[in-house]
Design a binder for this molecule. Sequence first.
Ligand code: NAP
Length: 249
Amino acid sequence: MLTFKNRTALVTGAGRGIGKAIAETLAGQGVTVVCVSKSADSCGAVAAAITAAGGKAKALAVDVADGAAVAKAAEQLLAEFPAIDILVNNAGITRDGLLFRMSAEDWDSVIATNLSSCFHWTKHLARPMTRARWGRIVNMASVSGIMGNAGQANYSAAKAGMIGLTKTLAREFASRSITVNAVAPGFIKTDMTTEFVNNAEVSAKILEAVPLRRFGEAADIANLTAFLCSEEAGYITGQVFSVDGGMAM
Ligand code: NAP
């Protein structure tokens, strides 16, 4: 068991995949979890499953790409909960294509959903953390933000941006005992990667670049994220942790 002192967490993209695993793992450690996703159905199902298992959770459908919607949701949450102590910026999308074929709309939507969302949530939720002099922020980056990836100019720019944001906020918030770290997954089996994982030819090609020669599980990311949110990780900040089977070493 990790140590969590009656904490409340907000996890974006908690309706499926990695975010769902993070929400469930934190809830299993006694953390109250606000599960955010775009559709009410997906975060609702996760929050209901956590509650049915004896945990504490609330579902919240918010489009994280919409700064005004995030501001409104954050205001309501801070009126309802004494504090949001832990923020996991995990929601993300891909809109892949080589640069000459990438539309401005696909560029904008990936930057807004994956990167600007972190700015908006952090701006609204970190102020009470600074007053409480305790907080944990984990941003879900990607191996693509470290190495680049042909066909993902929008996505790798957003993920590299999250890494810069992580390091800057770690410096800004350190004096208030708020840690800010990034996790950079490699290829993890979720809805985002089903298309590659289920194609034998494509997956064999991908795994050539993965020293451990297998895809990761959402739990691999959730376990590290939960640790980074715990009391035990209080001396770790401004770091980027690759969980990628050795891809980016
Ligand atoms: P996923 O299975 O596709 O789930 C994405 C989640 O994000 C869903 O719950 C979705 O909500 C939510 N979301 C997307 N756009 C949103 C929006 N505008 N507003 C609110 N919620 C939104 O993805 P995943 O594989 O778990 O990925 C999670 C994170 O890890 C992403 O940031 C991704 O870039 C990163 N990552 C994943 C991999 C991988 O191999 N899977 C690798 C590197 C990094 P709905 O449920 O309502 O659709």
